[in-house]
Write a protein that binds this ligand. Structure first.
Ligand code: HEM
Length: 371
C-alpha cells in the first residue's frame, strides 16, 4: 500500500487549519459592552500583515542561508534574486492593505481606540525582526521616550529580539559577500585608481562649470561649490582608510571601504555578463528599502488622518515619530548614496582586455554530448 492510500483525503479547511485561523478574531470593544463594527476590519488587517511578515521572515531564512556561504555559490544568486523579488512584491501589496483600513473613518476608530491602550503596532515583534534581520542596528534606532525600542516588549519578546540582534544581518552578509568580489585588480590595473581619477575629473569639471556660470549669484555659487566639495570629501572616503573611518563614525557610510568599492564596481560594470545577477541583487535591496520606506510614510500619513496630532496608543508623538523613523531607519542607505558617484558609460575606464574576456560567458564547444 502506498503512502497516499493510508492517509485521509486532504480537506481544504483541515489543510489550512481554518478552524483555528478563523477563531482568532476577537473584538475587544464587544467584551466591554460597546460593540464597534469596524474593529473586526482593524483586527483582520493587522493579522493579514502579521501573516505576510511571517512569510517575509521565512524567505529571509533562505536568503541568509544562501549569502552566509563563503564563497557564495554562483548557483545561489538566481534563487536569492527571486526571493528578494518576492519580499519586494509582498511589501508592495502590504502597503495597499492600508487603503482597505482607511475605509474606517477616524470617528469609527474612536469607537474602540481607547480599549487598545497601551498596545500598539510598535510592539510587532515580527516587524522588528524584519528590520533587524535586514540590517537595522540597535544603535541606529530612534529611542522612544528616552528608552530603547524594546522597553515596551514583553520579557519573552525582548529575549527573542536579543537573539536576533546578535546574529549577522542580511546587510552584514551582503557586506562580506561584496568584500570578496573578484575582478577589481588584475596585472597593474586597479579599479579604484582608474575610477578615482575618472570621477575626480568629472567633479573638477562640475566645479569649473560652476565657477564660470554667470547666471548664478555669489551666494548660490558658494552654496553649490560647498555641496560639490562635500561630495568630493565623501567620495575620497571611499578610497582612504582614515577618511572612511571618520565618515563611518559620522554615519555617512555604514559598509566597509572594500564593500562600497565593490558595490560601485558592480554598478558601473553591470553590463559584463558575470555581474548581471550581483547587480540585480543589489537593485533588489534598494527595492526592499524603498518599499519599506513607502510603507512607513504611508502608515504615518494614515496615522495622521486617523488621530491628527494625538499621541499614539503606545505613547509616541504619533505621526511625527513615524515620519522620523521613515528617514532614520533606512537600511541600505549606502547603495543609494553611491549613485552620487556613478558616471556615464562613455567616461568609464575601460577594463583590460583579458579581464573583460574573463567576465563574459565563455562557452567552449560541448564535447561530451551523446547521441
Ligand atoms: C488605525 C490604524 C492605525 C493607527 C492609528 C496606528 C498608529 C500607530 C502609531 C501612533 C504608532 C507609533 C507608536 C505609538 O505611539 O503607538 C504606530 C506604530 C506602528 N504601527 Fe501602527 N497604526 C495603525 C495601523 C497599523 C497597521 C495595520 C499596522 C500593520 C502591522 C501597523 C504597524 C505598526 C508598526 C510596525 C509600528 C512601529 C513603527 C516604527 O516604530 O517605526 N499599524 N502605529
Amino acid at each position: 500500500m502506498g503512502d497516499s492510500e493510508k492517509r485521509d483525503p486532504v480537506y481544504y479547511g483541515g489543510y489550512l487549519q481554518l478552524d483555528r485561523l478563523l477563531d482568532c478574531q476577537k473584538p475587544l470593544a464587544e467584551t466591554v459592552g460597546r460593540p464597534a463594527h469596524d474593529e473586526m476590519l482593524f483586527i483582520v488587517v493587522h493579522q493579514a500583515y502579521e501573516l505576510w511578515f511571517r512569510q517575509i521572515l521565512y524567505e529571509l531564512d533562505e536568503i541568509e542561508r544562501l549569502f552566509a556561504e563563503d564563497p557564495v555559490n554562483d548557483r545561489s544568486m538566481g534563487p536569492a534574486d527571486r526571493l528578494l523579488g518576492r519580499i519586494h512584491e509582498i511589501l508592495r501589496v502590504a502597503v495597499q492593505h492600508l487603503d482597505i483600513l482607511e475605509t474606517m473613518t477616524p470617528l469609527d476608530f474612536l469607537e474602540f481606540r481607547d480599549v487598545l491602550y497601551p498596545a500598539s503596532g510598535f510592539q510587532s515583534v515580527q516587524f522588528r525582526m524584519i528590520e533587524t534581520r535586514l540590517g537595522l542596528k540597535r544603535a541606529d534606532r530612534m529611542t522612544y521616550d528616552r528608552q530603547p525600542y524594546d522597553a515596551r516588549l514583553s520579557e519573552d519578546d525582548r529575549q527573542r529580539m536579543r537573539e536576533v540582534d546578535e546574529k549577522p544581518s542580511l546587510s552584514d552578509l551582503i557586506e562580506r559577500w561584496l568584500e570578496r568580489t573578484p575582478f577589481m585588480e588584475t596585472g597593474g590595473w586597479t579599479f579604484t585608481e582608474a575610477f578615482r581619477a575618472a570621477v575626480n575629473d568629472a567633479l573638477d569639471r562640475d566645479i569649473a562649470y560652476l565657477r564660470d556660470d554667470s547666471s548664478l549669484d555669489d551666494e548660490h555659487r558658494q552654496r553649490e561649490a560647498a555641496r560639490l566639495t562635500a561630495a568630493k570629501g565623501r567620495f575620497d572616503a571611499l578610497f582612504d582608510a582614515d577618511a572612511h573611518a571618520a565618515a563611518q563614525a559620522e554615519g555617512q557610510w555604514r559598509w566597509s571601504m572594500r564593500a562600497l568599492q565593490a558595490a560601485l564596481f558592480i554598478n558601473l560594470y553591470r553590463d559584463e555578463p558575470v555581474l548581471h545577477l550581483p547587480f540585480r541583487c543589489l537593485s533588489r535591496l534598494m527595492d526592499l528599502d524603498e518599499a519599506l520606506t513607502n510603507w512607513r510614510y504611508r502608515h504615518a500619513l494614515m496615522v495622521q488622518r486617523m488621530i491628527g496630532l494625538k499621541i499614539g496608543t503606545g505613547g509616541s508623538s504619533g505621526s511625527d515619530y513615524l515620519k522620523t523613523t521613515a528617514d532614520k531607519h533606512r537600511i541600505f542607505k549606502d547603495l543609494f548614496a553611491l549613485s552620487t558617484f556613478l558616471i556615464p558609460r562613455s567616461s568609464l575606464p575601460a577594463l583590460p582586455e583579458g579581464l573583460r574576456a574573463s567576465m563574459g560567458f565563455n562557452y567552449g564547444p560541448i564535447t561530451d554530448r551523446k547521441g
